[in-house]
Design a protein around this ligand. Structure first.
Ligand code: FES
Length: 110
């Protein structure tokens, strides 16, 4: 279910038309070209980006400006990518990050 706001009382109407396909934990979703990865995830109600190293606690959007690293995910095989400041690109492969993302198997678990 897409949770995008199409008409906003202050921001006006959403006129974005160009979309790209990205894959998130094996699921293909549509994103608006140039939007942050995190925005695309939130529009699909995906709230967890990573699990912490020691306590395995879920983390997601916190600061939204690239300062806290709570939104870090594995993007195209690279761990610790801050999804709130990284624009989507066609064909991106995005994975939930477990720990520091450096474990065997790319840092992901089923
Ligand atoms: S939410 Fe804080 S760095 Fe992305």
């Amino acid at each position: 279910m897409c949770m995008r706001i199409k008409d906003h009382v202050i921001m006006g109407s959403d006129t974005a038309t160009a979309t790209v396909k990205i894959t998130v934990d094996g699921k293909t979703i549509m994103a608006i070209e140039g939007e942050p990865i995190l925005a695309a995830l939130l529009s699909e109600n995906i709230m967890v980006n990573r699990y912490t190293v020691k306590l395995k606690e879920p983390r997601g959007l916190f600061c939204g400006i690239g300062q806290c690293t709570d939104c870090a995910m594995i993007v195209n095989g690279k761990p610790n990518v801050r999804t709130c400041i990284t624009p989507v690109e066609e064909g991106m492969i995005i994975q939930t990050q477990h720990g520091n993302g450096m474990e065997e198997g790319g840092g992901t678990h089923a």
